[in-house]
Design a protein around this ligand. Structure first.
Ligand SMILES: Cc1ncc(C[n+]2csc(CCOP(=O)(O)OP(=O)(O)O)c2C)c(N)n1
Ligand SMILES: [Mg+2]
Length: 759
């Protein structure tokens, strides 16, 4: 960045000897107003309210500008860690002014003006201090507590965002939809019932498939006449870092979308933004329909502090942006309207700077995060006793009788896995007024495998509904519903299709408590039909067993029931963990087990299980991270999950015939792993074979074996895992998946080692 060496004294300890060209440009233009005054015309007059609002907006914009300047000074001294600024975008303060401070906001990273104006709407808030605390990563920062620099504050209804551009749009659609849904369902919500959701983003970000998908979802909802009070704000500075947006693209792409009203304002003119934003807000609030508000802004001071803008932009283009500085524009309006004279305006500008400097000098000294436990505390709070209590909550007997059409599931006799999950979902919806079930084909069809059959009929389309075909939209609705106080139970139709949208779990859902110290949370249970062995059907995409990408997400709970004996209790646990701890739970259902009845001989019914009546839910509770062990064989532990469980049980039966006593440990939870139960089994048997239907590389066995070694287990340890292959169609699939014969062979080898070596 080019710096002009002029000395300006400031009465604080944080000061720069250089003046930024943008700062200097502002001063020069205001100085010109004193020497070459332009006579005020009738259009320059402002009524008292507008004049007072313009002063507020000027203060917010000036505060934001000085924060950007100070951020760079602090960065140069290694005292702050973030230099993406809002310079040129400060007129977004007027969007805040048009809204209420209770309207949930999901903001672009250039929202300094918006944030300061909103903070100014709520007594007792010092937005400048909040932002500075974030810049210096102070532990006292109000939202992320020093974990990230974000705009966010629970008191200001500003939900913090990640750095992944556009990833917040699906959630924003979900929040907007939920405002309406909560009112309809009569469920408490953190947002007022007439709230509207605002979501801002850049012009390059609008092209991201996540944004395009979310805006399409908004159109899809509005097109059907369903209410969606959503204000989308595209802050179009014509650039995505160095890449220009084609002139006119944003308007061309969004001015005529079905269900979406398009409005545009000149982002260099804060009063134009105010007028159009007010029109947009009134429309969204009254009509409950979405608006796309297009602000043409400029980007001043480059993309970030480290960005040498001059290397890819002409000096003419940079100068043209500077000539559209919204702060200069606001200053001119104030002077021409006679609200302030140039000297008074500069004094006001410097007074804001003095406040920023003084606050900066104070916050740089504040403590930072200093140890891993403190840093990690908000990731995944766990209150197992409260979860156990909540997991035992059922609707009363009469309501259950009504829900189940007179025949309670505990009286149905043994159920398959699919039936047991279906009955458990009925019970969860009956006992949890804010629970929603949604996904592709879950409503009228009842899911591809019938797991959600009958739910919509019982609980209505307000609580059980189909979504459009977009996994990011499904998870976005879950994110929005969760942060709005509901309990989303979303379905992703197949595990392979979770990968289309996994950032919505990894980047958005799992990080929210971390980046907000638990002040915002998005409880959710994501049900995913998963794994292989579909009798040759479907090939790779219906037999996917890739869980590596979710296993490494900090705090995520991954449940993997193997059959109906555990699935209902585990589902109740996930729901309870979501409600109590805000947990993000992925519930992997082995498709191949859904309709299985028999284990080893036709008619043995060993894959079915009776459904527990609520009176047994306390004793039958399955805590997060606790395995189930079948048998007490002392020679060998077969550690497995999902389809591996029936396989390991049949192998154990064959081994028993030869005098080898194996026990089978069903992990049940792939994250967090049931370490205590694993170690118990390992120490009781002395040898462990992991049977892992996920792949050799990145599969569950890697985690299990590493956990055993980390905990000091030194006995014989082996694994049988699926090949590092994609799954082919037909019977060929069995060549790459784990087969019982291979498990048996490996088990015998491990058992032999004991006999041979006597260890
Ligand atoms: C998904 C993703 N890809 C890439 C980036 C890196 N990145 C950060 S900002 C940015 C440009 C965004 O441009 P725009 O949306 O126009 O916003 P602006 O910075 O111009 O306000 C890019 C590519 C990112 N943060 N997230
Ligand atoms: Mg841009």
């Amino acid at each position: 960045m080019v710096r002009v060496a002029t000395v300006r004294a400031r009465a604080t300890t944080v000061q720069s000897l250089d003046t930024d060209p943008v700062d200097q440009h502002f001063r020069d233009r205001v100085a010109e107003l004193a020497t070459t005054p332009v006579p005020a015309g009738p259009v320059d007059r402002l009524d008292a309210d507008t004049a007072s609002e313009l002063l507020e907006l000027f203060d917010a914009a000036a505060g934001s500008r000085h924060l950007d300047l100070v951020a760079r000074d602090l960065r140069a001294r290694d005292e702050a860690f973030y230099t993406i600024g809002s310079a040129g975008h400060e007129a977004n303060a007027a969007v805040a002014a048009a809204l209420r401070p209770t309207d949930p906001a999901l903001l672009h990273y250039r929202s300094g003006g918006f944030y300061l104006r909103r903070a100014g709407q709520v007594a007792g808030h010092d937005g400048i201090r909040d932002v500075l605390l974030g810049l210096v990563a102070a532990a006292a920062e109000p939202i992320a507590g020093g974990r990230h620099k974000v705009f966010g504050h629970a008191d200001l209804a500003v939900i913090p965002q990640t750095s992944t551009i556009a990833s917040h749009l699906p959630r924003a659609v979900g929040v907007a939809l939920t405002v309406e849904r909560s009112r309809k369902l009569g469920v408490a919500s953190p947002w007022p019932s007439d709230a509207i959701t605002v979501c801002s983003f850049g012009d390059a970000s609008v092209n991201h498939s996540t944004a395009a998908g979310a805006i399409n979802t908004a159109c899809h909802i509005a097109y059907q006449g369903l209410p969606l009070p959503l204000l989308l704000v595209c802050e179009d500075n014509g650039l995505g870092i160095s890449v220009p947006t084609p002139a006119g693209w944003v308007r061309a792409a969004y001015q005529a979308r079905p269900g979406l009203r398009y409005l545009a304002a000149d982002g260099s003119d804060v009063l134009d933004v105010l007028a159009v934003a007010r029109e947009a807000v009134a429309y969204v609030r009254d009509r409950r329909r979405p608006v796309f508000l297009h602000l043409t802004t400029v980007r001043l001071m480059g993309h970030a502090g480290s960005d040498a803008e001059a290397s890819y932009r002409s000096s003419t283009a940079i100068a043209a942006d500077l000539a559209r500085d919204p702060l200069v524009h606001a200053a001119k309006r104030l002077v021409r309207a006679g609200v302030l004279d140039p000297a008074g305006l500069l004094a006001r500008y410097d007074a804001v700077r003095a406040r920023v400097d003084a606050t900066a000098a104070e916050v740089v000294r504040l403590p930072k995060l200093a140890d891993a436990p403190t840093i990690m505390a908000p990731i995944a709070p766990r209150r197992p006793a409260a979860v156990a209590d909540r997991a035992a909550v059922a609707a009363d007997h009469h309501r259950r009788l009504g829900i189940f059409g007179g025949r309670l599931p505990e009286d149905e006799g043994p159920l398959t896995l699919a039936q047991s999950i279906n009955r458990a979902l009925h019970d969860v919806l009956a006992a949890t007024p804010g629970a929603l079930v949604f996904g592709q084909d879950v409503a009228a069809k009842g899911g591809v495998y019938g797991v959600t059959r009958g739910l919509q009929r019982r609980f209505g389309a307000g609580r059980v509904f189909d979504t459009l075909l977009d996994e990011q939209a499904v998870l976005g609705l879950a994110l929005g519903a969760g942060v709005s106080g509901l309990l989303p139970i979303a379905e992703i139709q197949y595990l392979a299709y979770l990968h289309n949208a996994e950032d919505q779990i990894r980047g958005e859902a799992a990080t929210l408590q971390f980046f907000s110290q638990g002040r915002y949370r998005n409880p959710m249970v994501v049900r995913v039909p998963a794994y292989g062995y579909q009798r040759g059907f479907g090939g790779h995409f219906h037999n996917d067993s890739s869980v590596a990408v979710i296993r490494d997400v900090p705090g995520l709970i991954i449940a993997s029931p193997s059959g109906p004996a555990d699935a209902p209790a585990m589902l109740r646990t996930c729901v309870a963990a979501a409600l109590v701890d805000g947990s993000v739970c992925v519930f992997l259902e082995p498709i191949a087990r859904y309709h299985e009845r028999d284990l080893s001989t036709p008619g043995d019914g060993a894959c079915c299980a009776p459904y527990d009546a609520p009176a047994r839910w306390v004793e039958r509770h399955v805590p997060v991270g606790r395995a189930r062990t079948w048998g007490d064989g002392g020679d060998l532990a077969l550690v497995t999950f999902g389809n591996g469980v029936p396989m390991a049980l049949s192998v154990a039966a064959r081994l028993a015939a030869d005098g080898i006593a194996a026990r089978v440990v069903d992990l049940r939870w792939l994250a967090p792993l049931p370490l205590d139960d694993l170690l118990d089994a390992a120490h009781a048997t002395g040898r462990v074979l992991v049977v892992d239907e996920t792949r050799r590389t990145g599969g569950v066995a890697e985690g299990v074996m590493a956990a055993l070694l980390d905990a000091g287990f030194r006995g014989p340890l082996a694994r049988v895992a699926a090949e590092d292959s994609f799954v082919p169609l037909g019977a060929a699939a069995l060549h790459v998946l784990v087969a019982a014969d291979r498990v048996e062979l490996a088990a015998r080898e491990l058992a032999d080692r004991r006999r041979t070596h006597g260890d």
